[in-house]
Every structure is written in structure tokens, then in C-alpha cells.
Design a protein around this ligand. Sequence first.
Ligand SMILES: NC(=O)C1=CN([C@@H]2O[C@H](COP(=O)(O)OP(=O)(O)OC[C@H]3O[C@@H](n4cnc5c(N)ncnc54)[C@H](O)[C@@H]3O)[C@@H](O)[C@H]2O)C=CC1
Ligand SMILES: O=C([O-])CC(=O)C(=O)O
Length: 336
Amino acid sequence: MTATTVTITGAGGQIGYALLFRIAAGDMLGPDHPVRLRLLEIPQGLKPAEGAALELQDGAFPLLRDVEVTDDAAVGFDGCNIALLVGSRPRGPGMERADLLAANAGIFGPQGAAIQKHAAADVRVVAVGNPANTNALIARTSAPDLPDDRFTALTRLDHNRAVGQLAAILDVSPGAIRDVAIWGNHSATQFPDVAHATVDGTPALDALAARLGGAEQAAAWVDDEFVPRVARRGAEIIEVRGSSSVASAANATIDHVRDWMLGRSDGWTSAAVVSHGEYGVPSGLISSFPVASDGSGYRIVEGLDVDARARARIDASVAELVAERDAVAAAGLLGS
Ligand SMILES: NC(=O)C1=CN([C@@H]2O[C@H](COP(=O)(O)OP(=O)(O)OC[C@H]3O[C@@H](n4cnc5c(N)ncnc54)[C@H](O)[C@@H]3O)[C@@H](O)[C@H]2O)C=CC1
Ligand SMILES: O=C([O-])CC(=O)C(=O)O
């Protein structure tokens, strides 16, 4: 089998370190799929990335064909099939992710352009660095010759958090839960939606009502505990750990790419993809939706009922995406 070239930006950072060994072990592309790793850093991040490359060698991973460390985007994205855009500053306590726009947005335009110029024709891109949706939009608009469906941003961590919260309250395995959805921005305005979710085939809202003593209690738990907990989980982790999520973010990135490349059979998941007007989200925005995958790409799950309450929450998050887009456009950071 031909090796897949995976470029990880920010490979010398925390998430990079958590990603590299799992990719080399075959967790992302499968146990028979050889990989080539390109570790792209800025000069001050090269040493940790070089150290990680030495450790990768010491892992003697049978699937790992080679590793290259560089601070040159032309080299880093050369022949790249999968670009994991992680490299950027994380937030600290008291910050919102949008506060990172000024620090990080400038990274994603040149990287989008370098991807268009140097990557393989089938390249697929996921922005992990925050604010992820708008960074993905900047990369996407900086690579106008590439199709929309190559650009995504990570909201799988939010999705997995939502599944984790439901599994905990219902005392079931996360594997019993299907069809949760994250809508909108990877930010505190996101809408984690359980309206269509099931638990072992039972509607999640019925299972919650049975567990919590009625439909009213279930609705109150969803609105007052579940939604804010999932939407603010990143901040909770920062408060408890002292720095932002790492292993769960790497795990979600692996899940996102694996389902995108290999498909998934157990219901939908969530990813931020380019809108073409689905569910009233303005065309061109990179917003989270429920998505299905047969391995040929993420497809937005269409035709779901969205009630007035969900509509208002989706609209609020999309309004934030519009404001972020307008801010980076005004700063001259958006391509065509
Ligand atoms: N979308 C999501 O669900 C999540 C996103 N994140 C975001 O991921 C990003 C990375 O987080 P960590 O790994 O914890 O940060 P980190 O600070 O440990 O690592 C970031 C790395 O990026 C490198 N870097 C900076 N500018 C670069 C550039 N232009 N090109 C290549 N590399 C560059 C730095 O040298 C550093 O090694 C942050 O923006 C964080 O907020 C974190 C968790 C979840
Ligand atoms: O919250 C942060 O800054 C890091 C992140 O994106 C997350 O944990 O979801």
C-alpha cells in the first residue's frame, strides 16, 4: 500500500506530541496503512519536534516510513495528503477562543496558500488551532483552486464531550449513544443537540426522562447542565489542568480524520465543514453540522427537524462565525 503523507503543524507542541505516536501506531488510518510524517514548526519549535522524531524512531513503528522535521512550509506540505493544522497559540485562563484571532489568524493564510501550491491533489485539511472554524476559513480562502470539501475544522472534541456527558448521566457506555450533533462554532456559543440522539436505540430524551423523573426534568438538565457544560468544557479543563486539552484533542483529531478517510457505519458525527446554505447557514462559512461519511468525504446530514429553540441557538453561533469572518476580512486576512 502507498504511504500516506501526513503533515502536522505545531508538531513540537502538546497536541502534536499526543498525536504523532498514535498516527504512527495506525490509530488514524488503520493498522495496515503506512504513513510518512512531516513535522512543520516555527524555528523555536524545531527542537521539541526533532526530539519527538527521535522518539518516533525509538518506537520502531512498522507503519512509519519516514519522518521529516522542517520550518519551511514548502517542504512541510510537499506531497501532503492530510494536513493537521495544529500549530498556533492556545488560550489561557479567562480568555475566549476568539481572543486568539489576533495571535493565530495570520498563520493560516500562508499555510492555506502553501497547501494549494505543494500538497497532493487529494489533500484534506483539518484546522485544530483556535479559533478553529475561522482559521479553517482563512486557509480555505487562501487556497481558492482547491474544492471546498477539502477544508474542515475540528468540532469532534465537542461531539465526543457531548457523548461523554450523556453516557455519564445515563450510566451507559459511550458506544451506546448515536446521532448527537454539534452545530455552529467551536466556542461557547456552540449548540450541542440531543434532539435526534438515541441510546441503545431509545430516544435520548426518553432515556433522560426515565432517568431524571420526567420530560420536564430532562429538558431542564439538557438546557441548564448539558449544553453549558459541553460548550464550556474547554474552559473547565483549563481551570482544572492549568492548560488546555491535549490528549482528548489529539484523540478527537484522530477520530475526525479516521471517519473522514475510512467512513463510519454507526450513525453520524460532527465536523465543521464549508456550508452551501444548509440549515440556513450562510454559504462559505465553516460551521459545525451533523455529518455522515462513507469514506469519500463528509456529507451534511440534511432534512432534520430543527425546532424554534434549536434554531435560535444555531443562529446565535452562526452570528458569531459571521462576526469572526468579518473581523478577519477587515484585517485583510481572508483570501478570495
Ligand atoms: N479545536 C479543538 O478542539 C482544540 C484546539 N486546540 C488548539 O490547538 C492549538 C495548539 O494547542 P497546543 O498543542 O496545546 O499548543 P502548544 O503551545 O503546546 O503547541 C503549539 C505549537 O505550535 C507551534 N507553532 C506556532 N506557530 C506555528 C506556525 N506558524 N507553524 C507551525 N507551528 C507553529 C509552536 O511552536 C508550538 O510548538 C491551540 O490553538 C489550541 O487552542 C486545543 C484543544 C482543542
Ligand atoms: O478551550 C480551549 O482553548 C482549547 C479547546 O479548544 C478545547 O479544549 O476545546
